[in-house]
Design a protein around this ligand. Sequence first.
Ligand code: ADP
Length: 570
Amino acid sequence: MAFRRLWSDRVLPYIDLVMSFAGFLRRHTLWVGLVAVLLPLVVLLALQYRWLVKLDHTSAKAHEATLDNYLEAVGSEVEFHYSGMAERVLDLPAPIFTQHKLEKAAHYFKKKGSEEAGARRLFVVSFAEGEEESEYPRFFDPSCASLTLPKWTPEVQAISVAIAPWRMMSHKGVAVETVSPKVDERDPEHRLLLYPITDESSKVVGLAGMVLDESHFADVLLPKIVKKALPKFFQDGEEDPIVAVWDRKGRKVFVSDWEKKGKMEVKKAIPFVFTDWKIGLASRHATAAQVARRNFAVNIGLSAVLAAVLLGGILLALQTASRQMKLSQMKSDFVSNVSHELRTPLASIRVFGELLRLGRVESPDKAREYGEYIETESRRLTQLINNLLDFASIESGRKSYRFERACIEDVVSETLKTFGVRLRQNGFRITYEGPEAALPAVYFDPAAVAQSLSNLLDNAVKYSNGSKEIAVGLRREGSWAVIWVRDQGIGIPKDEQAKIFERFHRVGTGLVHDVKGSGLGLSIVQHIVQAHRGRVAVESRPGEGSTFSIHLPIDPPDASPAGVFATSEA
Ligand code: ADP
């Protein structure tokens, strides 16, 4: 008992909920499918967008970092070059730094440095004697490989200012821990590279130095270093940035590619020497930010195109699925409608047949009437089966027509005669309007055209909605023979009028629900008429009735006496 109550109170509502949810899913499969696909797609796109924004940011930063690193590498190369040169040329032995032996410095300079193009001048100064005049700088004269005592010039002044602190250190006996080349650029016209010479107790005994050659730096050294460093940072030669160097007055002294103009992205001071000069990089095509923006636009564009293609594909698939579902629904309706259409005339035939067999029909008139019923119903069955067979042959592409030159009016009146019995039985009144003048013989398939007309008449009866007036006519319109059927039945809404000629299509609203049908009649009419190079048209208003007209060319352009000119194109 308790279990049953628990079951009905607690469990059943959940089961109901699950069932109704499952029902909802089944009813709205397409929408659920669309949402199930769209939702992850939107999330994916949003994530992609975020990721791209981040990538955009970091790639711009990475690009800038590459440019920075490149400039640093150029700076290091410059330092490496000058330090190396100083150590190679200026590192002279300490014992020669005395008044008498200093002349030997010329010999050393000649041996290892006189050909150094980076130096405008080499000089030495000795602090060993501790006397003012012997501590005057001596210039190396490469022409006679000797030292000379220069006159007082701005150059000598620059050197004297630069060596003053060293002289002081020497006099005070300050020990120098590490010996390395020093730069003095206080006079930009005379940039100096000094190398302290120390004795075994690390005390400065003198200085060897050089005055740097500006034009050699700009014209020879920079191009070499820039060219050497570029491939290490920029693999693609096309994308190489343009390198430019400005001197302290802001004049451009070097550009790696004079012909190209670019947007300057990074500008830095040169470290170590020429520190008041600037080196800069310009991108050949676009700046880092522009490249990143372009990449971002390309990526987001690609993603959008991809998403659109994906969405298009999904929509197409969903549309196909929806069409298939509709078609399968139509097919199952078709099966139930056809079975119903078969069953009704069969039931009448069976009842009238039984009555006749049991001898329950007394008067010959009644027997004739029942016979007519049986004949009419059999004709209906035949028409239905003909439609089905025609549909099958149209679908499989095997439908063929037997054309002949015949009188179309005969075919119309013959069909009306055959239909007349049924119409009369059902209380219909049928009127016929013939052509004003007799029509010439038309080239057509009489059986097929009769079947089309029967289908139209059958519909006029089925969708009559109680109005028993049907009008049929035949007229000539130029080179066309027009057969028309007018009823005063339920009519067809405007938006349905083109669709009713599609196979299985049945108007889904209003009274038509109560009328059984296969949904094939009009599609067969259209196929037959098109095979005759003609057309079928409908004029209709809901509630007021419909007029269907079949237009057949009196002389089709490809009419041949052989008899067959059109077969089905299913
Ligand atoms: P069915 O077997 O359903 O009659 P048809 O192909 O002959 O198939 O017709 C297709 C649909 O067109 C019908 O289901 C009906 O809704 C509509 N229709 C056809 N003829 C008429 C008519 N005379 N009056 C109103 N509706 C019609």
